[in-house]
Design a protein around this ligand. Structure first.
Ligand SMILES: Nc1ncnc2c1ncn2[C@@H]1O[C@H](COP(=O)(O)OP(=O)(O)OP(=O)(O)O)[C@@H](O)[C@H]1O
Length: 232
């Protein structure tokens, strides 16, 4: 177990972001979290990252704050720093060669001395991913990281994130509005409302290289869509 929340609750001064939320995540698992807008998904990720304290319930984490990497819809790269320096941010210069090798392996070798504005949105998100992964986190928390990309770029990055996360044995928690993305990325898909987990689905075909074209890929999406509609 790398993470366990039991009857977790988070209050803001005027609203309860989520309550009665229980979830146990095993080391190396890839969990997608879906749910209606405002059900507390982003707040949940902040809590798991150690940025917001719970108002009730308990959370056990087998990692420290330095073991968490976060990636958002906006790439949050510093515009005045070159790509390689964005990736190295906060790390020692000794890591430069490792970062360069990593960027090359991610297809970013030719742009590592460019500035963020010279890259496409997809490439910038790839840089944000490299910046997260070079820190060798125990857990990667993704909040709609691909929402602003076109379909082709989104699918490429989904493939890459899945591959790198799996190869490095990182645990993944992905918040997404896309049911298709949730099924492709998640070995488990958790549906959340602001009153807790309303439904869970195990993706038995998570490791299937042809997942995107399997009938089950579509039937799992249909099942989730029906459950999501039932929470209206
Ligand atoms: N900083 C904040 N201060 C006060 N209330 C907040 C804050 N952030 C979020 N909320 C409220 O908490 C609830 C949950 O918000 P949160 O952003 O976590 O949901 P979400 O599921 O991520 O939404 P979305 O899918 O639209 O991004 C909402 O009612 C929201 O208005």
């Amino acid at each position: 177990m790398i993470l366990s929340l039991t009857d977790a609750k988070l209050d803001y001064p005027k609203t309860t972001a989520f309550q009665h939320f229980s979830l146990t995540v095993e080391d190396g698992e890839m969990v997608s979290i879906i749910g209606r807008s405002g059900c507390g998904k982003t707040s949940l990720l902040y809590t798991i990252a150690g940025l917001l304290p719970l108002s009730g319930g308990t959370m056990q984490r087998a990692f420290g704050n330095e073991g968490v990497a976060l990636m958002f819809q906006q790439d949050r790269l510093l515009p005045w720093k070159r790509i390689i320096d964005n990736v190295l941010l906060g790390l020692s210069k000794e890591k430069t060669e490792e970062a360069a090798t990593f960027l090359r392996s991610m297809g970013l070798g030719t742009v590592m001395h460019h500035y963020p504005h010279e890259l496409s949105g997809g490439m910038r998100q790839r840089v944000a991913l490299a910046r997260a992964l070079i820190r060798k986190p125990n857990i990667l928390l993704l909040d709609e990281p691909l929402a602003s990309l076109d379909e082709q770029q989104r699918e490429m990055l989904q493939n890459d994130i899945k591959k790198y996360v799996r190869d490095q044995g990182i645990t993944l928690l992905l918040v997404t509005h896309s049911i298709q993305e949730a099924v492709f990325m998640g070995s488990r898909i958790v549906m959340m409302t602001n009153k807790g987990v309303s439904y869970e689905l195990k993706n038995q075909l998570h490791d299937d290289p042809n997942l995107r074209t399997r009938d089950e890929f579509f039937s799992m999406q249909k099942t989730l869509r029906l459950h999501l509609e039932a929470t209206r």
